[in-house]
Design a binder for this molecule. Structure first.
Ligand code: 13P
Length: 280
C-alpha cells in the first residue's frame, strides 16, 4: 500500500520505533527493500535522492516502486531524498512520489524557511508530505567528531517547524553521511532538547555504522525515520568483489540476484533494529 510519510511516521514516533528509509536507484536495490519489508511485515520508505537523477530514470523508479507497493497491505512510502532543486521536486510529484525532502540546510535560517514553505504549500495541496533539514548533517566528514556549530538548535527547530508546516524534521545531532572512521559521537542531550520542543517525527540521516545502543537511544528520544545507504551499498560491493574473485562468477542475472540477497539481509537487519523497542 502506497502512503505518505505521515501515515508511517506519526505512529512510529508515538510507539517508540523508527521506519527505515533506504536509497533505491535500480531494480535490485528496490527489490531488496521491498523483500525486507515483506519479511519483517514492517513499513518502509523507498528513498530516491536527487543525486541519482542521472543514474536511474525517476519515472521508471516511481512506477516500479508504486507497482511493488500496490501488491501488499504493508505501508510503503516513495520519498524523494535530499533535494535542493524545486524543478526536481515537481518532477518527482508528477511521477507519483508521495513524499519529498527539501534540503535547505545550506541556506540561512530565513531562506531555508522560505524555500521549505514554498515546497510545503505545493506538496500539501496534492497530499504529498515534506521533510526538511535544519542544522547540517555533513557529507563525507565522518572522520572526525561533528563540530557543535553544525548541530540543530532546539529553539530554532521549534520556530522552523511552526513557520514551515513540515511533516518531519531532519536533525543534525552528530551523525554524518558515509563511512565513519571512528565511533561517531551522538549528541543525545541535544536530541532530547529538540524532541521536547518539537512534537513532529524527527529524522536521523547518516544511519550507517552507528552503534546499536545509540540508535535505540535516539529512537527512544523521538527519532522516527532513519536514513541508511552506505552500509547497504558497501555490503553489495563487497559481495560483488567476492563473486568476481571466483573462477566462474556466472551469468549477470545470477550475480545480481546474489547481490540483491545480500542487500535484502542488510535491510532486514536495520528494520529489525529499528523495531526493537516498539511499545505497541
Ligand atoms: P549513510 O549513507 O551514511 O547511511 O546515510 C544515508 C542518508 O542519510 C541518506 O539521506
Amino acid at each position: 500500500m502506497l502512503v505518505n510519510l505521515d501515515a508511517v511516521l506519526n505512529p512510529a514516533r508515538k510507539e517508540g520505533y523508527a521506519v527505515g528509509a533506504f536509497n533505491v536507484y535500480s531494480l535490485e536495490t528496490a527489490s531488496a527493500v521491498y523483500r525486507a519489508a515483506l519479511e519483517c511485515r514492517a513499513p518502509v520508505i523507498f528513498a530516491f535522492g536527487e543525486r541519482y537523477i542521472d543514474v536511474a530514470n525517476i519515472k521508471v523508479i516511481a512506477s516500479m516502486v508504486r507497482t511493488m507497493a500496490r501488491d501488499t497491505d504493508i505501508p510503503m512510502v516513495l520519498h524523494l531524498d535530499h533535494c535542493k532543486d524545486l524543478s526536481v521536486i515537481y518532477r518527482a510529484v508528477a511521477a507519483g512520489f508521495t513524499s519529498v525532502m527539501f534540503d535547505g540546510s545550506h541556506l540561512s535560517f530565513e531562506d531555508n524557511v522560505a524555500g521549505t514553505r514554498r515546497v510545503v504549500e505545493f506538496a500539501h495541496s496534492v497530499g504529498v508530505t515534506v521533510e526538511a533539514e535544519l542544522g547540517s548533517v555533513p557529507f563525507d566528514a565522518a572522520g572526525v567528531e561533528v563540530p557543535e556549530e553544525y548541530l540543530t538548535k532546539s529553539e530554532e527547530a521549534a520556530r522552523f517547524v511552526q513557520a514551515t508546516g513540515i511533516d518531519a524534521l531532519a536533525v543534525a545531532v552528530g551523525t554524518a553521511h558515509g563511512e565513519y572512521k571512528g565511533k561517531p559521537k551522538i549528541y543525545h542531550e541535544r536530541l532530547a532538547q529538540i524532541a521536547s520542543l518539537v512534537p513532529l517525527p524527527l529524522v536521523l540521516h547518516g544511519g550507517s555504522g552507528i552503534p546499536d545502543e545509540d540508535v535505540i537511544k535516539a529512537i527512544g528520544a523521538g527519532i522516527a525515520k532513519i536514513n541508511v545507504n552506505t552500509q547497504i551499498s558497501s555490503a553489495a560491493v563487497k559481495s560483488l568483489r567476492e563473486i568476481m574473485g571466483r573462477q566462474k562468477p556466472g551469468a549477470l542475472a545470477d550475480v545480481m540476484k546474489e547481490v540483491e540477497d545480500v542487500m535484502t539481509s542488510e535491510v532486514t537487519g536495520f528494520i529489525r533494529l529499528f523495531l526493537r523497542n516498539k511499545t505497541m
